[in-house]
Design a protein around this ligand. Structure first.
Ligand code: BJW
Ligand code: ZN
Length: 238
């Protein structure tokens, strides 16, 4: 089937699950992890900054990276790809599982969003575990807990850390039990998120991959749609 045929087959009863990655926010000007485009942070690999070990070794550096990203996200906005998924939700039974921490799906108006890797807009106390919303950008300094004064970290999932069991369960259930699974702007290189594509295939879903280039999960897709998600996703909306 081509994209037009998939579009025509969508009804309000069609169960669609979306797995989005950094590429969906690229058209908003948010750098992806593995593009190496941004001079300021390109000397670091995500495995060197997005870990508890890096945070403990150089808290200031890791917070500086996150605060820089928080500012970029705050200064920009969701793009046509996020908006296309809001429109698609109105025409189908749609669930989004996002690896992104930017909050753009919710900001655009999507209602069912599982934040697989957490949110950059939440912080969590290292001492007492208290979690809160923190939207101020830039941060005036390292954030500290209003309950116990402990140092706070971004409430995101770093390498070596487990996914919230509730979010994991809901995400795998949504992947295994859908008619159509959309992979949007992810390299499919980070686990367990990439395994959601296998779960969808094993559950019998049709899989469409939207990416600029073929990724590590493209071979699992029934259709590969080349291009920026901001240009291509809209073609699936009935
Ligand atoms: C466009 C575009 C446009 C560009 N339009 N497309 C199995 C095998 C091997 C290793 C493992 C395994 N299972 C677990 C591991 C270890 C590890 C892992 O996966 N390592 C890999 C590097 C191999 N996984 C973990 O550690 C995970 N935890 C875990 O397994 O815990 C076990 C455990 C259990 C119980 C208790 C304790 C532990 C956690 C992984 C957490 C990942 N975290 C990050 C940071 C989040 C916070 C933050 O944002 O700072 O998540 S890393 C980073 O990668 C971030 C992303 O969500 C994630 C995925 O990246 P994504 O979205 O795919 O982005 P890119 O940049 O890689 O790709 C962009 C794509 O878009 C490209 O394809 C472009 O072409 C495309 N694109 N413009 C369309 N306009
Ligand atoms: Zn605390």
């Amino acid at each position: 089937m081509n994209l037009e045929e998939y579009r025509q087959a969508i009804t309000p009863h069609t169960k669609i699950t979306v797995l989005s990655g950094a590429g969906i926010s690229a058209a908003s000007g948010i750098p992806t992890f593995r593009s190496g485009e941004d001079a300021l942070w390109s000397q670091y690999r995500p495995e060197e900054l997005a870990t508890a070990r890096a945070f403990m070794a150089d808290t200031e550096l890791v917070w500086k990276w996150y605060d820089w990203r928080r500012q970029l996200i705050a200064q920009s906005e969701p793009n046509a790809a996020h908006h296309a998924l809001v429109d698609l939700e109105k025409k189908s039974d749609l669930v989004i599982v996002t690896q992104n921490v930017d909050g753009y799906h919710q900001q655009a108006g999507s209602t069912t969003v599982h934040e697989f890797h957490g949110s950059i807009w939440r912080v969590r106390c290292l001492d007492c575990g208290y979690e809160r919303y923190e939207r101020q950008t830039p941060l005036p300094g390292l954030p500290h807990c209003e309950k116990c004064g402990g140092l706070e970290r971004p409430a995101v999932v770093w390498f070596g850390e487990g996914i919230d069991p509730k979010i994991m369960g809901a995400s795998f259930a949504a992947a295994a039990d859908c008619d159509l699974f959309l992979v949007v702007g992810t390299a499919g290189a980070v686990y367990p998120a990439a395994s959601l594509v296998d779960a969808a295939v094993n559950g019998g879903a049709q899989v469409i991959d939207f990416n600029l280039e073929r990724s590590e999960v493209s071979h699992l897709a029934h259709l590969f749609v080349a291009g920026s998600a901001a240009d291509t996703l809209v073609d699936l909306v009935p």
